[in-house]
Write a protein that binds this ligand. Sequence first.
Ligand code: S3P
Length: 169
Amino acid sequence: MKDRRIVIVGFMGCGKTTVAKELARQLGCDFTDLDSFITEREGRSPADIIELDGEARFREIETVALRDALQEDNKRVVALGGGTWTVPVNRSLMNAHECFTIWLDAPFELCWQRIMASSNTVRPLAPDRETARNRYESRAESYELAERRIKLTESDTPETIVKELLRQS
Ligand code: S3P
């Protein structure tokens, strides 16, 4: 993990942003959240882009944003959006940059509880439980391609997760 860019992967609500932030804090390096990076560049959030222009257009914007974020040396820890890693061209980009990818493997129920609880974050790709569950299941195969997998439980906190990550590295 040393000296490599660290990328946090996983389903909506698994805690990518909070874990990435805590990891960056403990490593004393910069952190970026791809969704926020997109929002700054585009002047609208991923949710707005998906709702207005469709998911396909969002994926194009996301890939360009990812490519640009990976060019910036200071972006040492990156939290992806839930779908970023599932797109093959994005995985190739991260592999080309020798990113160290960590999958936060949270159970669906935990993700769903958090999706429901975060009323200030709109998630058009998880409009109801069944749609979210199907998406969760269909993505597992690609998340498994991440280099490291951390299985999460409800009692884990960003601090315990980061401790475990640093212990393993
Ligand atoms: C998406 C997840 C969102 C955001 C967009 C699409 C997805 O990010 O990128 O709404 O396809 O799973 P979070 O995982 O941070 O919610």
